[in-house]
Design a protein around this ligand. Structure first.
Ligand SMILES: [Zn+2]
Length: 230
């Protein structure tokens, strides 16, 4: 926050928002450690409990690439539209009564001068057939596409990774070892803070077959998707 102050007046609204976060009036900013921490503490144990109900072979942890935005164009990233597109793709894959809990986040790729919108998703109850169908769809679609699909063997650890609000980047990410993280450079930080201002921490959740209301995560009754013609 001291660093943001030094960056100049454009950062003042963001510094002030977090500084004004009070116990009885939370700021709900995605870059407030207090608000995001509280949200994670509330939602994660519920998600872990729900996904742990499924047998090991029906639990997956999937990372999907959703869209890319060059620096300066993050304002065009419409989270609702991207979530809806992903939801339709899941619905058309006949994943049936499966549930999906995860988060959407942006990663800044310094080498590309771009942001990658992606989702980390815990899936429960999807049998092999619809997952195969989904993988096939993802291969054909330009976006979203699968980046990674693995066992959800440690729900607490993996789901915790799915809900984060990064203000850092990993310039050396292509290496075999997990690259060190650095704070976002000043040139992109402001754009990221302004984009976060359009969301609330829970707005970055991605849910399918679940809903988040009044601080609790509940399964939703499933309706057939009208646009399902594929
Ligand atoms: Zn706050």
């Amino acid at each position: 926050m001291q660093r943001w102050r030094r960056y100049g007046t454009a950062y003042e609204p963001h510094v002030a928002a977090v500084a004004g976060c009070k116990a009885d009036k939370k700021c709900q900013r995605c870059y407030c450690a207090e608000c995001t921490g509280r949200f994670r503490e509330t939602v994660l144990p519920q998600a872990v409990a729900l996904l742990s109900n499924y047998p090991d072979e029906e639990r997956r942890f999937v990372t999907l690439y959703l869209a890319r935005f060059p620096t300066g164009e993050l304002g065009h990233c419409d989270l609702k539209r991207e979530s809806q597109r992903l939801r339709m793709m899941l619905a058309r894959s006949d994943i049936g009564s499966a549930i999906v809990f995860g988060g959407i986040e942006i990663a800044y790729l310094a080498a590309d001068r771009a942001y990658v919108l992606h989702a980390h998703l815990g899936v429960g109850g999807a049998s092999a057939a619809p997952r195969k169908k989904l993988r096939k769809k993802l291969r054909k679609a330009k976006v979203p596409r699968a980046m990674d699909d693995r066992r959800l063997g440690n729900p607490l650890h993996q789901l915790s990774y799915s809900i984060k609000f990064p203000l850092y980047h990993r310039p050396g990410q292509s290496g075999a070892n997990k690259a060190r993280s650095y704070p976002l450079p000043r040139s992109v930080l402001l754009e990221v803070l302004q984009w976060y201002d359009k969301q609330k921490p829970e707005g970055l959740l991605f849910l399918y077959g679940l809903r988040w209301a009044g601080g609790s995560l509940k399964p939703t009754p499933r309706k057939p998707v009208a646009a399902d013609i594929s």
